[in-house]
Design a protein around this ligand. Structure first.
Ligand code: ADP
Length: 402
């Protein structure tokens, strides 16, 4: 069977984001999302060519209904008419969050795979069950096409034990799977492959540090084209400071707070939803744009928060540079990496110990485009490379099903 049109689906517990790609030209044909699935007043957003509708009320009592809504829109001549019938969808690629140690590559979603994936739910109790709902909805509507799972954790499965093992009693790892897994793997892989093209270097000879900096952020050491270490851990809470997540803290803080009357839920919320830029920035927002505006306005609290954020990035980049020995490039991606010239202008001087310099003039002009932003005398080139996780999922799906 020849594969041409690939639907990429990213399902949450009450949302379903999608993009349709024509893989012959790697062209995006349509995109959108269904929000508030299974709750009051579900909303549908859809763009195809010149057609666009935003947050229209719709009927989406469950994920199956949401997928049906998406497919109906894709074949509706009044909505751009990208496809003639459901049968024009050749494969579906699913963003799956936690593949544990089972999946180091994308796989065809057979009943056995889905059963195994379900057993990984304790590792990602919010995300994996939601992914499964999305997969089941899609399989109900598009029963005759291959469905492929692309895992956020897969790229990081090449980490050696010295990177992933926590120094806890071994049975905690063996019985409970407590270890570092890492996330954003699809993005780190996308920019790694692109960097190999840009540097014109064989992938297996390339050492780079990839920084996915967005609401959630992670930094990865890529050695010989493979993940060697990454900043997120068993969960996406570990590593650098983020929009609402604290990043690394002394784990004993959790015990201290528990013993001082905070509940596990309080601490969870504090570290995941009320930490990071939101906690320290003094703007009441977790958004970098708000933090940067407050910095520009000379607000000391915001400036201190930006310094704290950049410090956490620099610590990982410096550590990974030491582990890699030779670094061929540093890559910045994600909403902040691609768009925030202020954050980049603070970060590059913070890693000047590595011989990195900033081309301030170029940096000021870079927003969402691929560009070298380091100075011509920089010992390590620093690139902004826009990520494209959906295209990566479509490519993986194409490769698995072709
Ligand atoms: P997610 O982790 O949700 O995928 P993104 O990668 O979209 O997040 O990144 C979102 C972050 O990128 C937000 O903090 C946002 O403020 C920041 N961002 C987006 N555009 C800009 C911009 N022009 N300037 C500064 N920050 C930006």
């Amino acid at each position: 069977m020849s594969i041409r049109n690939v639907l990429v689906v990213n399902a949450g517990s009450s949302s379903l984001k999608f993009m349709l790609f024509d893989m012959e030209a790697e062209q995006m044909l349509a995109k959108g999302q269904v929000e508030r699935i299974g709750i009051e007043n579900p909303l549908f957003t859809f763009t195809a060519g010149d057609y666009s509708e935003k947050q229209n009320l719709c009927d989406a009592p469950d994920h199956t209904a949401a997928v049906k809504l998406v497919c109906d829109a894709l074949i509706d001549p009044a909505k751009g008419g990208c496809l003639k019938s459901f049968a024009d969808i050749d494969a579906v690629g699913h963003r799956m969050v936690h593949g544990g140690e089972l999946y180091s590559e994308s796989v065809l979603l057979t009943p056995e795979v889905l059963e195994a994936f379900e057993k990984l739910s304790p590792l990602a109790p919010l995300h994996n069950p939601a992914c499964l709902q999305g997969v089941k909805g899609c399989q109900a509507v598009l029963a005759n096409v291959p469905h492929v799972g692309v895992f956020d954790t897969a790229f990081h499965q090449t980490m050696p034990e010295e990177s992933y093992l926590y120094a806890l009693p071994k049975e905690i790892y063996k019985q409970y799977g407590v270890r570092k897994y890492g996330f954003h793997g699809t993005s780190h892989k996308f920019v790694t492959l692109r960097m190999a093209e840009v540097l014109n270097k064989p992938l297996d000879e390339m050492n780079i540090i990839t920084c996915h900096l967005g609401n959630g952020s992670s930094i990865t050491a890529v050695k010989g084209g493979k993940c060697f270490d990454t900043s997120m851990g068993m969960t996406p809470l570990a590593g650098v400071m983020m929009g609402t997540r604290a990043g690394d803290i002394d784990p004993a803080v959790v015990l201290y707070l528990l013993k001082n009357g905070f509940s596990a839920d309080d601490i969870d919320a504090m570290m995941n939803k009320k930490g990071g830029v939101f906690a320290l920035g003094g703007t009441g927002s977790s958004d970098m744009r708000d933090l940067c505006s407050a910095c520009d306005a000379g607000k000391p609290e915001a400036q201190a928060a930006l310094a704290r954020l950049v410090h956490s990035y620099a610590m990982y980049i410096g550590g990974y540079a030491a582990l890699l020995g030779r670094v061929d490039a540093i890559v910045l991606t994600g909403g902040i990496g691609e768009n925030s010239k202020e954050t980049r202008a603070a970060l590059l001087p913070a890693i000047s110990g590595l011989g990195v310099t900033l081309n301030a003039e170029v940096n000021d002009t870079v927003r969402g485009i691929e560009k070298l932003i380091s100075g011509s005398d920089s010992k390590i080139p620093v690139y902004v490379i826009p990520t494209n996780e959906e295209l990566m999922i479509a490519r993986e799906t194409y490769a698995v099903t072709k």
